[in-house]
Design a protein around this ligand. Structure first.
Ligand code: NCD
Length: 317
């Protein structure tokens, strides 16, 4: 595998391999010295042209824990603000001979373009409303900690499906590992034919959500809406908010963050024991280490020390 551009490109076997690798790397996170030399001497560039807290911090930390040199660039404060094109920005960063470029962009398809302009492995950290594959992989990993298998599990993804790259990647990934996915939201936020495109069911109300094993809420993507697609956030919340009346005790709750408290989720369910939101963030680190490992290790890296071997005390990582 050279790039990770979308779940659409992966088969179940590739997904399982990354998740198995993440489990091995989670063990590194339990050591005193949480670092392995796998990517020593390699460079990872994070190019984030849209805001991010979790994805950027976890890719940065993941690369550092694998001993790579890391450079993180955000649109604000970079030459992108001065009007430099994506192609010129990538050419500039490619001059450092990076092993990987992790890119987040508002443009659907941006990561696929970048992959044509550089020899580095390209990881899509979110391209507009298209895909966010590392999020979907960390979500499958998180659910696997609670269910032996996702085969036949019912997962409802609720909210602004139309503008959500997370909805697309998660629907594809959950489906590929055997779950039954329902995409739910107001009709204006539920694209026609999406059920056929992603191989899942759709629902325009919460009726039937009591059958779900997992409820996955989405953030309202106001930044991607050119017109008002819901009457008001208050009315949206009345129909679609997951609150303690709607979340049954046996159901698990997920959200990719950041959450609009009081819109898609009520405060009490965010902070309930059924909420996996913090666990998702924790999984993100191990899964992103696994993605970097999968794409880069073995391609000229120092891969001589297996991750299961604890580093010797006093030895620099
Ligand atoms: C998501 C994103 O950026 O697509 N956030 C994330 O990566 N954790 C979801 C969102 O912003 O709503």
């Amino acid at each position: 595998m050279q790039h990770l551009l979308g779940i659409e490109d992966l088969d179940r076997e590739q997904i399982e391999r990354i998740l198995a690798r993440a489990e091995g790397l989670a063990e590194v996170g339990r050591r005193d010295i949480k670092k392995v030399p796998t990517l020593r001497g390699r460079t990872v560039v994070n190019l984030f042209l849209e805001p991010s807290t979790r994805t950027l911090s976890s890719f940065e930390l993941a690369a550092k824990r694998l001993s790579a040199d890391v450079v993180s660039i955000k649109a604000q404060g970079s030459s992108v603000e001065k009007g430099e094109s994506l192609k010129d920005t990538v050419a500039t960063l490619t001059a450092y001979d990076p092993a990987a470029i992790v890119i987040r962009s508002a443009q659907a398809g941006a990561s696929r373009l970048v992959a044509q302009w550089t020899d580095a492995s390209v990881i899509n950290a979110g391209d507009g409303k298209h895909e966010h594959p590392s999020q979907a992989l960390l979500d499958v990993y998180t659910l696997r900690r609670h269910f032996d298998s996702l085969d036949g599990r019912k997962i409802w993804i609720v909210g602004d499906v139309a503008h959500s790259r997370v909805a697309r990647s998660c629907a594809l990934a959950f489906g590929k590992v055997g779950a039954e996915v329902t995409l739910c939201g107001p009709p204006t936020l539920l694209p026609r034919e999406i059920d056929r495109a992603l191989g899942c069911e759709t629902a325009d109300s919460l009726e039937g959500i009591e059958q779900a094993d997992v409820i996955y809420a989405l953030r309202m993507q106001k930044e991607r809406m050119s017109q008002s697609l819901i009457p008001s956030l208050r009315e949206y919340a009345a129909e679609y908010q997951i609150d303690s009346r709607r979340l049954l005790p046996r159901q698990l709750l997920m959200h990719p963050g950041p959450v609009n408290r009081g819109v898609e989720l009520s405060s009490e369910v965010i902070d309930s024991p059924q909420s996996l939101i913090t666990e998702q963030v924790e999984s993100g680190l191990f899964v992103r280490m696994a993605i970097l490992y999968e794409l880069l290790a073995g391609k000229g890296s120092d891969d001589s020390e297996p991750v299961s071997e604890p580093p010797r005390i006093g030895q620099p990582a």
